[in-house]
Design a protein around this ligand. Structure first.
Ligand SMILES: [Zn+2]
Length: 313
């Protein structure tokens, strides 16, 4: 049986998997190797090494030919060009990633932004399954999104679509990593949740969103208020998005989505309050169901998608 390899490249870890026809990888590697101080060639070497190791595992499993490699990278990526223009937290700038890997591995390679691969993974095998179109929002250290329209990833004319995290909510708000102020990311990301909680409780101690979630679940008012605020801001952003784009479903992934009902209950309420009546009634918001594998599964699907677009089924 032939197989494809999916890579989900993060700021400190590369996830790699061998895939045949399902969302479940036959083998999976998590490779924690580099940080933002690593140079381009070290990062590319780490990615190649993961592919080589997966090829060896595929041999041991008695699989046939590797048919392609799909790679999800955080940041500004054009899949049609095969180029990573600027990766988030990684020294990849204007890298022709597709060409680089195709020359070394002699198989088709497809690259895409990681929020878009996450959207594809959830659309095909996760909480977006069965939806006609999907908005996938991933909320962790940052906020990204991917849109599936008519079964395909929509990347926009300039490959810029999906930067929901940098839509501006408060023009005079907190400075964002992108250089603007008051972006959605500065209000609903993991670090924003921690900052807001520390402000409300006047606490100097270190904490993480998981602990704030537990406190909210236990009924602590400050923690509940933080999530209510996040839900309100996110509800406004999603309602505005739906007013313009009208997707059939919204899926929320990333670490912050693990907050569960303390986030999703008020989020659905605020969404219903701010969305148009039709959207409020018909668009549902669900947590991602592939856990931290949405991007990896989606990366593996990039290859199959490219065949479909080229007419090979
Ligand atoms: Zn921003």
């Amino acid at each position: 049986m032939s197989y494809v390899i999916g890579l989900d490249v993060g700021g400190t870890t590369i996830k790699g998997g061998i895939f045949t026809t399902t969302a479940q990888p036959l083998a999976e590697i998590r490779f924690r190797t580099y940080d933002k101080n690593n140079v381009r060639d070290e990062i590319l070497a780490s990615m190649s090494s993961v592919i080589h190791r997966l090829e060896e595992q595929a041999d041991r499993l008695g699989l046939g030919r590797m048919e392609g490699v799909g790679i999800g990278v955080p940041g500004f990526v054009s899949s049609s060009e095969g180029v990573v223009y600027k990766a988030a937290n990684l020294a990849l700038i204007n890298v022709k990633l597709r060409q680089w890997f195709e020359e070394r591995f002699n198989v088709p390679c497809v690259v895409q932004g990681d929020a878009r691969t996450g959207a594809l993974g959830e659309f095909e095998f996760g909480a977006g399954k069965g939806a006609e179109s999907l908005l996938y929002v991933v909320i962790g250290t940052g906020v990204g999104s991917g849109m599936i329209l008519n079964g395909e990833i929509y990347e926009g004319v300039h490959a810029l679509a999906g930067e929901i995290g940098h839509t501006i909510i408060h023009p005079d708000g907190q400075l964002c990593a992108c250089g603007k102020r008051g972006c959605l990311e500065t209000l609903v990301s993991g670090p924003a949740i921690v900052r807001e909680y520390r402000n409300r409780t006047e606490s100097q101690s270190e904490t993480v969103p998981e602990i704030i979630t537990k406190r909210a679940e236990a009924g602590e008012q400050a923690a509940l208020d933080v999530y209510k605020n996040v839900a309100k801001t996110l509800g406004i952003a999603l309602a505005n998005y739906c007013t313009i784009v009208d997707p059939s479903r919204i899926v929320i992934g990333g670490g912050v989505s693990l907050a569960g009902s303390v986030l999703f209950n008020p989020l659905r309420e605020f969404f219903r309050a701010y969305a148009s009546p039709g959207a409020a009634k018909s668009i549902d918001i669900r947590p991602a169901s592939l856990g931290d594998r949405s991007g990896l599964v989606g990366a593996s699907l990039l290859v199959k998608k490219s065949w479909q677009m080229a007419g090979r089924h």
